[in-house]
Every structure is written in C-alpha cells, then in structure tokens.
Design a protein around this ligand. Structure first.
Ligand SMILES: NC(=O)c1ccc[n+]([C@@H]2O[C@H](COP(=O)([O-])OP(=O)(O)OC[C@H]3O[C@@H](n4cnc5c(N)ncnc54)[C@H](O)[C@@H]3O)[C@@H](O)[C@H]2O)c1
Length: 272
C-alpha cells in the first residue's frame, strides 16, 4: 500500500461480481485510501453481490443505467453529496453486446443489437463525461479511465461488433480528452486489457482457447484483473498527471509480440 489515492473521491462503475475488473479496482482504491461510490445498472444489482463490496470498502451504491443521461446526472450529483465534494477519478468498466451474447457472426450482425451495444459500451462514456462537465463535477487534474480491448486496432473475428464499439470508445476518450483537458485539466485514458476471466469475457465464443493463445504469445503471460486494477490506480494517482488521451496496453507485451517461441513450438509439434 502506497496511499496513492489518499483523500481522493471516485466513482467506480461495473462491479458485478468478484471476477469483475471493477471489483478489483474498488478493493485496491480502498486500500490506497480513496473514498468512492459504486454504481451499476439497476438490473445488475438484483444479484446483490455488489452489497458485499460496498460493505467491505465502506461505500454507498448509486444505481445508474449508463445509457440514461438522467441516471448519470443523478449519479454525479448524489456522489458529490455522499463524498462531500467534487470527484477525482472515474472508472468506466461497462461492456455488453447482444450480438456476442447471441453468438451472431460479424457479417450477419443484428443492427438493433449493434446500436444497443454502442449505446451501452461506448456512448455511455461520452454521456458520463458530458454530464460530469456540465455539472462541473470533476476536480482539476481528475482522471477518467475506461477499459477496452485490442480488437479496436486488429481483427479478432469472435469479438464481432465489440471491435467497432471499442474503437469508438477509444476515440471518444481521445476527443473528449482534448476538450476536458483544455477546459479543466481532466485526464481521460483507455486501458487495453488482456483477455480476463470475467462474466463479460467468458461470454465470448471461443474465449477459453483464445485466453490460452494470448497467454502463450505474451512474454509476461496474460495480465489478470488484479494487475489491471493496479494499473488503473496509478492512472488515478497524481504520479501520472501528464498522461491523457492515450490508449494504454496492459497485456503482458501481447500487443507488441509478432510471434512467440511457445506458439511456434506448439504448431511445429502438431504439424511435424
Ligand atoms: N474480460 C475481458 O476479457 C476484457 C478484456 C478487455 C477489456 N474488458 C472490458 O472491461 C470492462 C469490464 O468488464 P469485465 O470483464 O470486468 O466484465 P463484467 O461482466 O464483470 O463487467 C461488465 C459490467 O458492465 C455492466 N453494465 C452492462 N450494461 C450496463 C448498463 N446499461 N449500465 C451500467 N452498467 C452496465 C455490467 O452490469 C457489468 O458490471 C468492459 O468494458 C470490458 O469490455 C474486458
């Protein structure tokens, strides 16, 4: 523990269960001295697991559907009241694709589902930032982090519409990062995370074998949810004050590796 977030106030979205990346971020933020509000879609809260996290971290929960500007306005207003001041950090850890859920192949995407996916997983970041800016709810040098995946840059067939949606999410982080940075010195970055065994992750067709493949390519192996949380904490801290509008890979070196001995060896064994 380094007290990296001592005295900071945050909003953490997306903690569904103990496997969620956001769950680990909340635990680490608590350890590092932050106070924060937890939020998730009202429907996700019915499972009730978030209450355990709230108790463990001394946090309150404010339900908000991230597609609703009204809910988000309430979230930012209430969070400032609960925490006693403006917000220093926000985690956007929200992703959902009905096309993926229903295992619809990319060339045959259902457009209603596609639009729903865009709204939940990408526009929600714009809506959060727009609401926060209107309310002037984030302190100067505040930090916003959204989670993304490398399918925004390279093709992963099974990731279907989420590839395009993540590209949009990363673009929103860049574009809004300019405006919010200029006006209020608020920083906005995306963290591009390794495949991780969570509800959203394991819902993707072929996730298991892809997880092993990525693990065999990355020289450090796949980054887990806990190390992702550590990285997010550094981005919320004052130690990264001048980092903004970036897409930052947190993937054990996967994105920079062309080929690995491990994968070559396995192919060779199978082929010869
Ligand atoms: N798991 C992976 O392999 C992986 C890899 C890279 C990036 N990510 C990203 O990490 C983020 C968190 O996902 P996770 O892997 O922890 O899975 P998760 O399923 O635990 O979290 C996804 C969260 O999104 C929330 N959500 C869905 N619709 C919502 C809405 N309308 N309003 C508010 N919240 C809503 C869910 O309730 C859930 O808490 C997502 O953006 C995901 O795309 C995941």
């Amino acid at each position: 523990m380094y007290n990296l977030l001592k005295g900071k106030r945050g909003i953490i979205s997306g903690a569904l269960d103990q496997n969620s990346i956001a769950w680990k971020v909340a635990e680490k933020a608590h350890e590092e001295g932050a106070v924060f509000v937890l939020t998730n879609a009202p429907i996700a809260m019915r499972m009730g697991e978030i209450n355990t996290l709230a108790e463990a971290t001394g946090s309150q929960i404010v339900p908000a559907d991230a597609t609703s500007v009204e809910d988000l306005t309430n979230l930012f207003t209430q969070s400032q009241e609960i925490l006693g001041g403006k917000i220093d950090f926000v985690l956007h850890s929200i992703g959902m694709s009905v096309n993926i859920r229903k295992k619809i192949p990319y060339p045959e995407l259902n457009y209603e589902y596609f639009q729903k996916g865009i709204d939940v997983s990408a526009l929600s970041l714009h809506k959060m930032l727009s609401v926060a800016k209107k309310l002037d709810a984030i302190n100067e040098w505040g930090s916003v982090v959204a989670l993304t995946y490398m399918a925004a840059q390279r093709t992963y067939p099974f990731y279907t519409d989420m590839a395009d949606i993540k590209a949009m999410l990363e673009s929103i982080a860049r574009s809004f990062g300019y405006h919010y940075g200029l006006d209020k010195k608020v920083r906005i970055n995306t963290v591009s995370q390794s495949p991780t065994k969570t509800t959203a992750g394991t819902g993707i067709k072929g996730f298991g074998s892809f997880y092993d493949y990525a693990d065999a390519i990355a020289p450090l192996g796949n980054a887990d949810a806990e190390s992702c949380a550590d990285y997010c904490i550094t981005l919320f801290s004052d130690l990264t004050r001048m980092v903004t509008m970036q897409n930052l890979f947190h993937d054990g070196g996967y994105s920079s590796t062309g080929v690995s001995d491990d994968v070559m060896y396995r192919l060779g064994v199978e082929n010869s």
